[in-house]
Design a protein around this ligand. Structure first.
Ligand SMILES: [Zn+2]
Length: 165
C-alpha cells in the first residue's frame, strides 16, 4: 500500500487544519490526511466552522452554476432571403421583356419546326416499338445508365460534408 498523503506541513495552518486540508476533507479524501489532522477537524470548533463555511460556499457556487443558462451558439439563419429572391425575379423579368416582342414569331417558328420533326419522330418511335432498339443500342443505353449512376455516386462522395447543427 502506498502512503499517498499530503505532506504534513501542508496539512496545518498554525495549530489548525490548513485550507487545503479542509478542502481535502470536504472532498471525502480523508485518506490523504494524517490521522492527527482528521482528529483535529473533528474536535476543533474553529475548523468545523471553517469547514461549514467552505461547504456553504461550495453549495452556492454549485447553485450558481446550475442556475446559469448554458450559452448556446447562435443559430444559423434558415430564413428565406426574400429580398434577394425578389431582386432576382425582377432581373429575370427585366431581361425577358425585350424578347416578348419576338415571342409570337419564335413560337410560330417552333411550331413549324415541330411540324417537320413530328413525322420523323413518329416513324422512329414506330420502328423502335416494332423492332426494339437492337443489341447495340440497348448496350449503349445500359453503359450510359451505369456511367450516370457512377457519376452521381462520385459527386455524392466528393461533396463536402455539411455539419448538422
Ligand atoms: Zn482547528
Amino acid at each position: 500500500m502506498t502512503d499517498e498523503r499530503l505532506p504534513e506541513p501542508l496539512q496545518w495552518d498554525g495549530e489548525h487544519a490548513s485550507p487545503l486540508a479542509l478542502s481535502t476533507y470536504a472532498d471525502a479524501e480523508e485518506r490523504l490526511l494524517s490521522e492527527d489532522v482528521v482528529a483535529h477537524v473533528h474536535g476543533c470548533s474553529s475548523c468545523a466552522w471553517r469547514l461549514g463555511e467552505m461547504a456553504l460556499m461550495t453549495r452556492s457556487v454549485d447553485e450558481a452554476l446550475r442556475s446559469a443558462q448554458p450559452s448556446r451558439p447562435p443559430e444559423a439563419s434558415h430564413a428565406i432571403p426574400w429580398g434577394a429572391v425578389a431582386a432576382s425575379v425582377a432581373l429575370s423579368v427585366a431581361g425577358f421583356v425585350p424578347r416578348l416582342a419576338a415571342m409570337p414569331h419564335a413560337a410560330a417558328s417552333l411550331l413549324g419546326k415541330l411540324a417537320h420533326v413530328a413525322p420523323v419522330l413518329a416513324h422512329a418511335a414506330g420502328h423502335v416499338a416494332h423492332g426494339g432498339l437492337g443489341v447495340e443500342w440497348t448496350g449503349l443505353a445500359l453503359v450510359s445508365a451505369c456511367l450516370l449512376v457512377a457519376g452521381s455516386l462520385a459527386v455524392a462522395r466528393l461533396r463536402p460534408a455539411t455539419r448538422a447543427l
